[in-house]
Design a protein around this ligand. Structure first.
Ligand SMILES: N[C@@H](CC=O)C(=O)O
Length: 315
């Protein structure tokens, strides 16, 4: 197996809808082409939180994968969020995603684990079943420490050393754990690619990662690519400068009441950049209101993040 190279930016694109709430495949293809055309973008991760993946029907999800695969024309791997609850259901979902053209799986924890915690051994069996059933290359998704679905180090090590697991998307949000666990994972599997997803405060993790897998990659991919480079060069001043420039946008999009609002804010950001015509979302997401919209647009102005001209060229 040739592992996906994720050493750079992997944006998690939003899903564009028509004004009446249907999936707008043409608009999604435009997003795919725009992002895929950028040097430093290594994969596109669809059907995740930012992509409202669980708000789509199975038919829509598979059609969206096919749309992305066609749009990027082999330039990049398409990674699908795998969210099915039961292990068998998730493995079956992954098999269908692979048949639709996906290369990778971002494996979400079972939702019940968020509420009750997981039984030892169950997470690694979920990854194993997905890999064996589908052949999709898996990304270990580490949830925040504050949730019961955050895997202890033994569970992470077991998953990280299994066949078919090529990367971890780490959002632990506990630097005591990050500083200890990331080196342990690297020691156990030196090929494991470390991706941060701490959208709301990326800076502290930038010096230890191979890349980013973030919803933030929708709205400021150019600056995030530079931030990754600065982190890899271990240049704190350079990384800090980019972080400061992004700060108004980070605050407007991610320092909100809930991370769920971030997805709505991402769509507004894409409207501001001329990538989307409107920010239609699906329930249970809610619009943020005119005041928040104005704040988000003003934040983009303050950061000097403007419209995307290349999008038109990509069509
Ligand atoms: N950045 C978020 C969004 C999810 O995919 C996270 O940490 O999980």
């Amino acid at each position: 197996m040739q592992a996906m190279d994720l050493r750079g930016l992997s944006p998690a694109p939003v899903t564009a809808f028509t004004r009446d709430g249907e999936v707008d495949y043409a608009a999604n293809a435009r997003i795919a082409k725009w992002l895929a055309g950028m040097d430093g973008v290594k994969s596109l991760v669809i059907l995740g939180h930012a992509g409202e993946g669980t708000f789509l029907t199975e038919e829509e999800r598979l059609k969206l994968i096919r749309t992305y695969v066609e749009a990027v024309n082999g330039q990049l791997p398409i990674i699908a969020g795998i969210t099915g609850e039961g292990t068998k259901v998730a493995a079956e979902e992954a098999r269908k995603c692979k048949a639709a053209g996906a290369t990778g799986a971002l494996v979400y924890p079972n939702h019940g684990w968020l509420r009750f915690g997981f039984q030892k051994g169950a997470p690694q069996d979920r990854y194993k079943a997905i890999w064996q059933e589908s052949g999709l290359q898996c990304i270990l998704f580490q949830y925040p420490d504050a949730t019961k679905a955050s895997y202890d180090i033994d569970t992470q090590l077991a998953i990280a050393t299994q066949d078919g697991v090529v990367a971890t998307k780490n959002g632990v949000r506990n630097m005591k754990r990050w500083y200890v666990e990331i080196p342990e994972l690297k020691k156990a599997n030196p090929n494991l690619q470390i991706l941060s997803c701490h959208d709301e405060w990326l800076l502290p993790t930038m010096f230890d990662v191979d890349g980013l897998l973030v919803g933030y990659g929708n709205i400021a991919p150019e600056l995030l690519i530079d931030l990754i480079k600065a982190g890899k060069a271990q240049s704190y001043p350079q990384a800090r400068q980019i972080f400061e420039r992004l700060l108004p946008v980070t605050r407007a999009v991610y320092h909100r009441g809930s991370h769920m609002e971030g997805t709505v804010a991402l769509k507004l950001g894409l409207v501001h950049r001329g990538v989307l015509d409107h920010a239609t979302i699906r329930e249970p997401l809610k619009n943020l209101g005119e005041k928040a919209e104005a704040e988000i647009f003003a934040a983009f102005e303050a950061a000097g993040i403007g419209r995307v001209d290349q999008l038109i060229a990509a069509e």
